[in-house]
Design a protein around this ligand. Structure first.
Ligand SMILES: Cc1cc2nc3c(=O)[nH]c(=O)nc-3n(C[C@H](O)[C@H](O)[C@H](O)COP(=O)(O)OP(=O)(O)OC[C@H]3O[C@@H](n4cnc5c(N)ncnc54)[C@H](O)[C@@H]3O)c2cc1C
Length: 511
């Protein structure tokens, strides 16, 4: 690791909106050697999936994480959607994750509206309820075994970039023992710089990377004074996921199991809108639960209780030269619909193959391949903000006009099949594509096995009919990669005569 460096921007908080400076300095005074191919900042679910993919592709990957080794990220997410499970299946992790939780085939959104997921055309026609830390444990284990260099207790403060790489300024804890990485290696001690070919900010909603780039995070608070607690219950709920709003729209509550006897409870009360640092007692949550759910299930023994607010914000750019943003660092919205972690994981899956193709030299047009991340993922982030915003506003509807809107939405989604299918497709991620020619590919049956099993190699898969002459079909010149990054497969169904190029993230590429 190098030990000096000039800072380009300084991290403050996400409200700061300095003017964007995404252009790398083309004439750096000196371009020191790279310490790593990709520096991933933040070991939440997004950073862990990305780092594991890149290391599995044979790249040198360093993850820096502010938390000390062994201290788990705060569990916020409980819902893992079908498309995320497909991505995990394409990494050999889905079945193991499913074993940690429970599946449900209907998702309650607001009022009486519940979406039936059982008809989804996927190996995973359900919602998996499992705490976020289970997802993180699996992804961290995979990343470690792929050779990722974890530096816990290490924080990014600033970065600068030039035509050849990115220099990050970091501080680690003093004292060798505290700084040990999850793999037992020493962490970074004191202030240092690390030089990487590319850097990805997966450092959450207050992203220091985003701030160091000078990118704003425009948006607003969508819901304030949500109370959240981890409790035990005297009465077990009859549903796995309990979520309801009072008919007046003045309260709503949510209850989900950790699976070990503890429950996460969340509640909101229109009549008590106070700042995040206002003290909170379990009685407040009991009272919300009684009004929203009809009972408080005898909640007791809160091991943790807090008050928070939820923002709807999105960075205008996900790429600035050699630096990328993914996950909550790029977009944040209310927990309604359980989409934040899922969207971050899809960002990571979209970005990892691009960086791998460019760094391994198999991308035909590296700049176009990297730009595709912003082109594809930014509109999806914007759509997720709209969907979760609509869900939360409909759940909180309280004026007669708003309640009329909620009843209408409930009736339309509940009775018009194409509208329901569209909503289910968006929320589960199964219906998300990136425009004509770039659609999700289901888990096809191929002569060589299931598509998602073949994708575990992290390569493009070219599916063709069998050639009676036994010839190997050429990769079309319009493909974004050269032959070096490719697996060939044959349709199991001999009637299929078309050719399909599947990207490592399970989407087709227009040929
Ligand atoms: C109450 C609640 C319920 C939710 N429920 C769901 C749900 O059911 N389903 C769902 O999909 N999503 C849900 N979400 C959202 C989900 O939790 C987040 O979207 C997800 O954690 C984002 O993952 P991430 O990896 O992008 O960021 P984070 O999980 O925030 O990880 C960022 C990491 O970066 C580290 N870091 C920060 N700054 C630095 C720095 N300068 N240097 C080094 N490291 C740094 C942090 O310590 C952290 O570990 C919920 C959110 C809330 C608040």
């Amino acid at each position: 690791m190098s030990t000096t460096g000039t800072t380009h921007g300084t991290a403050t908080n996400h409200d700061a909106t300095p003017s964007p400076d995404p252009t790398p300095d083309p004439t750096p005074a000196a371009t020191p050697a790279h310490d790593t191919d990709v520096l991933v900042v933040g070991a939440g679910p997004t950073g862990l999936l990305l780092a594991g993919d890149l290391a599995a592709a044979g790249l040198k990957v360093t993850v820096v994480e502010r938390r000390p080794a062994g201290r788990s990220n705060l569990t916020r997410a409980f819902a893992v959607h079908a498309r995320t499970l497909e991505q995990l299946d394409a990494r050999g992790l889905a079945d193991e994750l499913i074993a940690t939780g429970t599946t449900i085939s209907a998702l309650r959104l607001f009022g009486q509206l519940s979406l039936d997921l059982s008809g989804l055309q996927t190996r995973f026609p359900f919602l998996l309820i499992t705490p976020q830390y289970e997802v993180e444990h699996l992804l961290e284990r995979r990343a470690l075994s792929a050779g990722v260099d974890f530096r816990y207790g290490t924080e990014l403060h600033a970065l600068r970039q030039d035509a050849d790489g990115v220099t990050a300024e970091l501080t680690g804890p003093d004292g060798a023992d505290e700084a040990d990485g999850a793999d037992g290696t020493d962490g970074i001690h004191g202030p240092v710089t690390v030089r990487a070919r590319y850097l990805v900010g997966t450092d959450g909603v207050r992203s220091a990377v985003r701030t160091a780039l000078g990118l704003p995070f425009p948006g607003a608070s969508v819901i304030r004074s949500i109370v959240l607690a981890d409790v035990r219950l005297d009465e077990e709920p009859d549903k796995l996921l309990t979520v309801a709003a009072s008919p007046s729209g003045d309260t709503f509550a949510f209850l989900a199991p950790f699976g070990d006897g503890w429950y996460r409870v969340m509640g909101w009360d229109r009549r008590r809108q106070v700042a995040d640092d206002e003290p909170v007692e379990l009685d407040e949550l009991r009272s919300i639960a009684r009004r929203a759910l009809g009972r408080d299930y005898g909640m007791r023994d809160a091991r943790w209780i807090s008050r928070f607010h939820s923002d709807e914000r999105q960075a205008p750019a996900y790429r600035a030269g050699r630096v990328f943003l993914a996950g909550d660092a790029a977009h944040v919205h209310s927990p309604a619909g359980g989409q934040g972690m899922n969207t971050g994981l899809q960002d990571a899956a979209n970005l990892s193959w691009r960086l791998a193709a460019v760094l391994r030299g198999t991308a035909r047009d590296p700049e176009a391949v990297l730009d595709g991340y912003q082109t594809e993922r930014h509109p999806i982030g914007a759509r997720v903000l709209r969907t979760s915003g609509a869900i939360v506003r409909l759940a909180m509807a309280h004026t007669p006009l708003q309640r009329f809107g909620r009843n209408l939405a409930t009736r339309v989604i509940g009775s018009v099949r194409p509208v329901a299918d569209r909503a289910i497709g968006q929320i589960s991620g199964i219906g998300i594509g990136y425009g004509p020619g770039t659609r999700r590919v289901p888990d096809l049956k191929l002569r060589e096995g299931r598509l998602h099993e073949l994708l575990r190699a992290g390569q493009f898969v070219l599916v063709t009919p069998e050639d009676p002459e036994g010839a190997t079909p050429d990769l079309p010149g319009t493909a974004p990669v050269t032959d070096g990054g490719l697996i060939r497969a044959t349709w199991a169904n001999p009637a299929r005569r078309d050719t399909l190029l599947v990207r490592p993230d399970g989407y087709t590429t227009a040929l």
